[in-house]
Structures are given as C-alpha cells and as structure tokens.
Write a protein that binds this ligand. Structure first.
Ligand code: CTP
Length: 424
C-alpha cells in the first residue's frame, strides 16, 4: 500500500541521528527514499551499506542523499580510526534496518558478528527498527519465523513485511514496507507522547486447555499469534498492557505484562483481576465447554471397549462477561468472530449477543490457513457498519487495530471537549 503522504509530515526530526543499515535485497532502493524523508524532516542519517546492499545501491548514491560518508567495511583502517563501529551506534538515537534480509535477521537472532552491519548491531545499545524484505517462502520458513520471534521478544520493532508481488515474480508476504510507512514509525518512535500513553489494555490470547483427567484435555489449534501481536502493538503505542494467554509456543511480548493460564475459568479470573482498563480485546479461542468433573486418575479403557461419555458443561463467556454493563465495563470491548460461513452476518449477531463494541471477523473456513499462519484477512464490524481490512500479516493487522483504537479515543476526547466547551 503506497501512501501519498505521511500522516505526520509536520513533525521534526531535528537533533535526531538515525543509523540506517541497508542490507542486501532488491528493495534496498527504497532506503534512498527513506534517507530523503528523514533529512527533509531535519534528521541526520548515517548509513552502513552491507556487501549485499552494495549489489543493489551504490555507496555514492547513499552518500549523496545522506550528505555523509557511507560505512561499508569492518576492516577499514580509515573508518575505524575516524569513528569506529562502536561509535556508529553510540552516536545514534535509533537504528533502522531497511531492508532487513533473512541473513541479517538470522545473524542478529544468533549474535553473529562477521561484517560491519552485524558487528555494529551486536555492540548496539540503541532501539532498533527492522523492515524485513525477502521471498515469501524465505519469510514463511520456520527458521526465519523463529529468528523474527526472538528479535520481537528482545523488543525490536518490526514493520512489515507486506503482502504483494515480489521482484522474483512470486507473490505472498515478504515485500518491504513502503518508505513512508517506515518514516511514520520513526516519527511515532520519537513522539514523546504516544497515542495510547496513559491507557490500560487487557488482551486475551491463545487457546484454553480444559482438563479431562491428569493427562488429557480439550484444546484447540489457536497459536496466539494474532492476540500476542495485538498486545505488542498496543504497548508500542504507549498503552500499559496485560496479556492473559492460554498455552502457546510464543515468547511473551516485550514490554507487556503476561499472565499464563490454562483454563477458561482461570482466564476469566485473571482478566477480571486486571480491571479497570480502558480497552479489552478478547482474541483467545476459549473452549466453549469444560468437563463437569475432572477425573482424578487417568480414564482407563473399559473392558467392553465402550468409549467413556464426556460429561461437559458450558464455560463462562469472557467477552460477554466483560461487555456486561457495570461500573467496571471497559469503555471499548473488542471481540473476535472466527467463522466458516456467513462471516459478516454471524459477526454482526455476535456484536449483539456478546454486547461488545467492535468485532474483528475472520474467515477460518477458506482455503487459506489461518490457525498458526502469519497471515489473516479480517473485517472490522461495528454497530455502524463494517470495513474490509484486506489480507495482511497478523502484525500489520495488530498495528492497524492499535492505531484505529488510538484514533477512536482521540475522536471521543475531541467530542467530549467540544461538548464541554458548548456547555460552558
Ligand atoms: N469468547 C470468550 N469466552 C468464551 C467463548 C468465546 O471470551 N467462552 C470470545 C472469543 O475470545 C472471541 C469471541 O468470544 O472474541 C467469539 O468467539 P467464537 O469462538 O468465534 O464464538 P463463540 O462465542 O464460541 O460462538 P460459536 O462457537 O458458536 O461461533
């Protein structure tokens, strides 16, 4: 998605120094536009161009646009004497890697330092933003996914990658985010007052496990990726976030208070203990049923091979409970609707039956895998209609939701202020 103009183009980057690392990838040319945007906003950009990056953009074009010397070689006696790779990061306020190749991401995840970019990053003490770009199969590879998750859990801010056509004529997730989007995120990083500063948020995520006996449980396939990404995105926008999660194979998101639970009853209790909050988002795939009684011993096979009857009772509905009118009802409660048919109708019904304010509806019945995948296609359903948010990565959907929530509270604040002015 190419934006025509940055939404924050009045904000200045005066007195800010950004260390821009350009690694190998066709989208390296987009880094040139980012340099231009940063300098136009008054920022200083120092660039490291990796050997791979040099295959796509020349040191001369980077240096002409940045107005600075370009650093390419760890073993350059001249560069090391004049500034040195340690000072390159020490003298920056923020490090931005665009494009971040699969190789550089892997080196960062494993702490390798075999060239100027990776050595500088290992010695860095500054916040880092990465804009990954690679072929969609490389992005989807479990090795890359594990590496990216490691970086996220260390608090590295990730922008994109986006869906779309790639230089290799294939399409999928892997396109680098547009320079304008990366620039907006740089501005948001330096904005002292983040849009959700002072707001408290609760997010539920992952599946619940309902025990039948000491070894068996009823569970589901939820990976928790969407809920965890939402918790991280809200924190990135300044909210104080509590994440209540069922069993997942994901690291706790950086900067988020995470509570681990197993059952729906535990999830409800933990969620209620976080109140009051301004924002509650129920992204967990809560098991609808739980065992009436949990067998103290492993249920054994019957002699006549009759399977045991599962005696179930309904679980509490966390979303409906949080949405119920009460003194502690959060001003904004958001649920999810995972549907296999009649997506929008079912989502609208859920909005009414659960009593929440917004529903994020996603189709889990199509050909595209949603559970465990990094991609999602969702609709935002509110009382006044719906918006198609188009297929995107779960991280991008999370970021979009966080910004949408920030916009919602900004508008509410504006309306309340106008009302108060009119009443005076
Ligand atoms: N939810 C919840 N507690 C439950 C069941 C669901 O908080 N016991 C929340 C989910 O986190 C989600 C929303 O309700 O935000 C809808 O969940 P979904 O599984 O789509 O719907 P159900 O209520 O389970 O209804 P059905 O399975 O009949 O579609």
């Amino acid at each position: 998605m190419k934006k025509t103009k940055s939404s924050n183009n009045n904000q200045s980057l005066a007195n800010k120094t950004i260390l821009l690392i350009i690694s190998g990838g066709v989208s390296a040319y987009k880094a040139l536009e980012l340099i231009r945007l940063i300098r136009k906003a008054g920022g200083r950009v120092r660039c490291i161009l990796s050997k791979g990056g040099e295959q796509f953009v020349t040191p001369l074009s980077v240096s002409s646009l940045s107005g600075e010397q370009v650093y390419t070689d760890l073993w350059s006696l001249k560069d090391e004497t004049e500034i040195g790779h340690i000072r390159l990061s020490r003298e920056a306020d923020l490090i931005v890697i665009t494009p971040a190749s699969a190789n550089l991401i892997a080196k960062m995840a494993h702490g390798l330092a075999d060239d100027l970019a990776s050595t500088t990053l290992l010695a860095a003490d500054k916040p880092i933003i990465i804009a990954p770009a690679m072929n969609h199969m490389m992005w989807g590879n479990p090795a890359t996914q594990e590496n990216v998750q490691k970086l996220q859990s260390r608090g590295i801010i990730q922008i994109g990658p986006a869906m779309g056509e790639m230089a290799c004529n294939e399409s999928g997730i892997g396109r680098m985010a547009e320079p304008e989007d990366i620039f907006d995120n740089i501005l948001a990083f330096f904005r002292e007052e983040k849009p959700l500063s002072g707001y408290k948020a609760l997010v539920t995520s992952g599946p619940t496990y309902e025990p039948l006996d000491p070894v068996r449980f009823i569970g589901n396939r939820s990976s928790g990726k969407q809920g965890h990404a939402i918790a991280a995105a809200l924190a990135e926008q300044g909210a104080t976030v509590t994440l209540v999660t069922g069993p997942v194979a994901l690291p706790d998101p950086a900067g988020v208070h995470t509570i681990h639970v197993e059952t729906a009853a535990e999830m409800l209790e933990a969620a209620q203990n976080t109140l009051p909050v301004e924002i509650a988002i129920c992204a967990a795939a809560v098991s609808d049923w739980t065992a009436k009684t949990i067998s103290a011993h492993k249920i054994k096979k019957q002699e006549d091979n009759t399977p045991p009857a599962l005696n179930l009772k309904e679980n509490p509905d966390i979303l409906a409970t949080l949405s119920r009118p009460s003194a502690q009802r959060p001003p904004l409660v958001i649920g999810f609707a995972a549907e296999t048919e009649d997506l929008l109708d079912n989502a609208k019904n859920k909005l009414t039956t659960k009593g929440c304010d917004w529903i994020i509806a996603n189709d889990v019945g199509g050909n595209e895998k949603v559970f465990g995948s990094d991609k999602n296609h969702v609709y935002l359903v509110t009382k006044s209609g719906h918006e198609d948010w188009q297929p995107a990565s779960k991280n991008d959907i999370a970021r979009k939701l966080a910004l949408h929530i920030a916009g919602h509270f900004e508008e509410r604040h504006y309306k309340t202020t106008q009302k108060n002015i009119a009443a005076e």
